[in-house]
Design a protein around this ligand. Structure first.
Ligand code: FMN
Length: 351
């Protein structure tokens, strides 16, 4: 496993750039890597501005960088370039401080006019510091980053999908693996399988949900860690089912049901890979779960989704679920949003 340093270079608190970095950091940790943050605004200002590279705090930050195998460099766009805070720190580093290191550059900015800032401003200075492989990086528009009071960040799909791709490419370089390419899925070639949550094919779904939930809700608790119900609830012998969609040897989507009451199955663990969203895979998972519920003798489906999952609520409405809450009210003021769906009789007879 690798040691990855992250550079946070916005002077602001809260920082949208830090929120993006926090999201990416959770994904790096979920791959088993050790992540060590360097928060530049927390370094003492005077030694930074006076070029005192031998100050203990500056030297310690430089040592973290030196010890890292890879670095995530983040910056807000200020005046069409990277932040001054980042520049004063980089100026204190030895000439080839990034020698041989894999680097992922990320930026946030207020206008698409500066979408190329990584390439025209940041990449040259990273190259000058000797960086080994500099990843593609990504510029996230600040209007695509939604921060919540008390923590948590929701990224619009326009940001979360490319961010996932560049992070996966960075991880593949760090881990010496092949990058998994995204692209349209041939729905006819997608296979649905019923597994147990402990099976290795379910691991991508479970680890990605932990990243997404802990990032969106800004906390680590039994709900974001998926320990709120035992995995055995999804075993067939407990009245549950765990369905995965597989395509090209990969798990691309999935979901599960558990017994809610004698007549009702609760849908949990709904997930579609970031590489394959908006292609109907979520609808297919729901159809497979409905069939599994019918097989187990249930008459209806019930689920709750969190207020920070607008794409999930849209999917359930499109799949014929009835909201059991006032849809005109701000979801944040409600909390968990309940939906139900009666299982059509034909499906039950067919089973
Ligand atoms: C002093 C200043 C200068 C900025 N200049 C630019 C700019 O030139 N181009 C741009 O796209 N955004 C610019 N922005 C907007 C920030 O890049 C954007 O809001 C960013 O997401 C802030 O990140 P932070 O919350 O981590 O500080 C500027 C913001 C500030 C405060």
């Amino acid at each position: 496993m690798a040691t990855i340093a992250t550079l946070s270079s916005s002077p602001s608190v809260p920082s949208r750039t830090d929120a993006v970095l926090d999201h990416v950091t959770k994904r790096l940790i979920s791959h088993g890597h050790t992540v060590t943050p360097i928060v530049l605004r927390d370094l003492p200002a005077e030694p930074l501005l006076r070029g005192q590279a031998d100050h203990p705090a500056i030297a310690a930050a430089a040592a973290v960088l030196e010890a890292a195998d890879a670095v995530v460099v983040t910056t807000p766009v200020y005046k069409a370039a990277y932040s001054g805070l980042l520049k004063v720190f980089l100026d204190l580093l030895p000439q080839y401080a990034l020698k041989g290191k894999t680097v992922l550059p990320l930026a946030t900015g207020g206008t698409p006019a500066h979408v190329l800032v990584i390439d025209y401003a940041l990449r040259p200075v990273l190259t000058s510091l000797g960086a080994g492989a500099i990843g593609q990086g990504w510029f996230v528009l600040s209007s695509h980053i939604h921060l919540y009071d008390g923590g948590g960040v929701l990224l619009d799909q326009a940001a979360s999908v490319p961010l996932y791709q560049v992070t996966e490419a960075f991880l593949a370089t760090v881990e010496g693996e092949q990058v998994i390419e995204s692209g349209p899925v041939q729905l006819a070639a997608v296979e649905a399988i019923r597994v147990r949550p402990e099976d290795p094919e379910a691991a991508p779904l479970l680890s990605d949900l932990v990243v997404e939930y802990s990032s969106r809700y800004g906390r680590i608790n039994e709900n974001t860690q998926l320990t709120e119900v035992p995995a055995s609830d999804f075993h067939v012998e407990s009245g549950g089912a765990f369905v995965l969609l597989r395509y090209g040897g990969q798990t691309v989507a999935g979901g599960a049901i558990r017994r809610y009451d004698d007549e009702t199955a609760e849908v949990k663990r709904m997930w579609t890979s970031h590489l394959h969203r908006r292609q109907g895979l979520g609808r297919r998972v729901l159809a497979e779960l409905e069939a599994a519920a019918a097989d187990l003798g249930y008459r209806r489906l019930y689920l709750t989704t969190g207020p920070r999952q607008p794409e999930a609520a849209g999917l359930y409405l499109a799949a014929g679920f009835e909201p059991q809450f006032d849809t005109s009210v701000d979801p944040e003021s409600i909390g968990p949003l309940p939906f139900t769906k009666e299982i059509p009789v034909a499906l039950k007879v067919a089973s």
